[in-house]
Design a protein around this ligand. Structure first.
Ligand code: HEM
Length: 190
């Protein structure tokens, strides 16, 4: 049971949202919005874990949350999928949903972020880590930064500039700090 606790906590709202969509596919306002915000929250959480671990090495909560990296990472895809599912249902057909890709606010998430989140979710397992080798796996999972850029662009274009400023600006600052610390320790070694 303990093994599945992380999945239960991160995905119970996902299941509730999915059931409510199947129950009444004509009223999707809250699922559309909240799934998007939860996906953004999990994305910021997963992206902040490594920088915060390095900047505050004694922070126990970060180390505890780090044990649930896979569950948190997959949650980004799961909740984004609910958000996209609502858009597909709202569009009326798959074809009209696909035609959204021609509009700037959606192109980055449809062609870049969602495919990347899918690949990262599918390859998040220990089995994939073993099959790909840790170095290649890590290289592949660095694509998350490309997906992050796609989400930031999407949010900015749909008028969520405050969300970008409040959540992603501090995140980019801690990410740059992390890279700075890494570069400093690498140059000290060589
Ligand atoms: C195939 C990919 C996606 C499509 C087609 C899509 C579509 C949309 C649409 C139509 C809106 C409403 C725009 C408006 O109100 O003018 C929206 C808003 C939003 N999207 Fe996406 N989205 C996608 C992926 C994502 C992803 C991956 C995230 C986050 C990880 C995300 C987060 C949001 C947020 C936070 C909002 C604002 C919600 C609100 O308060 O209205 N979207 N999206």
């Amino acid at each position: 049971m303990k093994k599945y606790l992380g999945w239960l906590i991160t995905h119970s709202l996902f299941i509730a949202m999915l059931i409510s969509i199947l129950w009444d596919p004509h009223k999707l306002t809250w699922q559309f919005k909240y799934s998007a915000y939860v996906a953004v929250g999990f994305l910021c959480l997963i992206l902040s874990l490594n920088p915060l671990k390095l900047i505050f090495p004694r922070w126990v909560l970060i180390h505890r949350l780090n044990r649930y990296r896979q569950e948190i990472g997959v949650s980004v895809f799961s909740y984004a999928l609910i958000h996209v599912l609502c858009v597909v249902i709202g569009s009326g057909s798959l074809a009209s949903w696909l035609s959204l890709a021609q509009y700037p606010p959606f192109v980055s998430v449809m062609l870049v972020s969602m495919p990347i989140f899918f690949i990262l979710a599918v390859t998040s397992t220990q089995f994939s880590k073993m099959k790909l080798g840790f170095k290649n796996w890590k290289r592949l999972h660095r694509l998350v930064y490309v997906a992050e850029a796609g989400v930031i662009f999407h949010l900015w274009m749909v008028g969520q500039s405050t969300l970008v400023t409040v959540l992603f600006l501090p995140l980019v600052v801690v990410q740059l700090l992390r890279w700075g610390i890494h570069a400093k320790s690498n140059s000290a070694i060589h």
